[in-house]
Design a protein around this ligand. Structure first.
Ligand SMILES: [Fe+2]
Ligand SMILES: [Fe+2]
Length: 235
């Protein structure tokens, strides 16, 4: 790949930023394999009845066999992929990574599933198993309860026949297929930003609902807006 030549970004040329765009497009293309690598790392477990990698496969397999749509199955597959990176908030970590590719409710479910899972074990640690109740008003509350009950908390069963990762790989690549655009850039028709980047239409799914999610216990109002920008919605 060619090199960029600036020492300060404000002195970069159109050609430099075409290269920058290529770098990010390459990173985007590699994202599925990086996530598979995180899943693979979870295969080193010895303390669980099955590894967390197999737990993820089992969650996705159950969702697939229940007829859930492809995006949901991918979310199920990756829901614990960042457990090693976020000991306190692994759901938020993977939710943030997948946010540009998935719906608002799947994003929220991913971010909150760790807390919702405590319903099944918090009492054993002297904690409140009903901490999830503070999110009752969220549109994804019931969906998240269902995910934890049907696909997450039951998926530690060594006798259950999982699909292999190869079943899910093409699904992940399809869900994560998206054109790269700079963070936060706004779409205003078709125009050039002076970066040599054309930002006009035709990318991603513009219809997805954007939400500014309340992730801290319902203290702030939950805001939603329909945003037609592929930048802001993340498609
Ligand atoms: Fe989890
Ligand atoms: Fe899990």
């Amino acid at each position: 790949m060619e090199k960029m030549h600036f020492t300060r970004m404000d002195q970069g040329t159109d050609e430099d930023f075409q290269i920058l765009k290529q770098v990010h497009e390459h990173t985007l293309k590699e994202l599925p394999d990086r996530l598979f690598g995180l899943l693979s790392d979870l295969g080193k477990d010895t303390a669980y009845n099955i590894t967390r990698r197999d737990h993820c496969l089992q969650s996705a397999t159950r969702a697939l066999r229940d007829g859930k749509d492809e995006e949901y199955v991918v979310v199920a597959l990756l829901h614990d992929a960042c457990e090693t990176l976020g000991p306190f908030n692994h759901g938020e970590v993977i939710a943030a990574i997948l946010r540009p590719f998935i719906s608002r409710d799947n994003y929220w479910m991913l971010a909150q599933h760790g807390l919702f899972q405590t319903y099944f074990y918090a009492a054993h640690l002297g904690l409140d198993p009903n901490a999830r109740d503070k999110f009752r008003s969220d549109p994804a509350y019931e969906q998240t309860i269902e995910f934890c009950a049907k696909y997450d908390e039951v998926s530690f069963d060594p006798a259950y026949k999982n699909e292999p990762l190869s079943t899910f790989e093409p699904m992940v690549r399809r869900v994560l297929s998206k054109d790269w655009t700079p963070p936060g850039a706004r779409r205003r028709g078709t125009r050039r930003l002076g970066l040599g980047l054309s930002l006009g239409g035709g990318q991603g799914d513009h219809r997805r609902q954007r939400a500014i999610c309340d992730l801290d216990g319902g203290r702030r109002p939950l805001l939603h807006e329909e945003d037609q920008s592929p930048m802001a919605t993340g498609g």
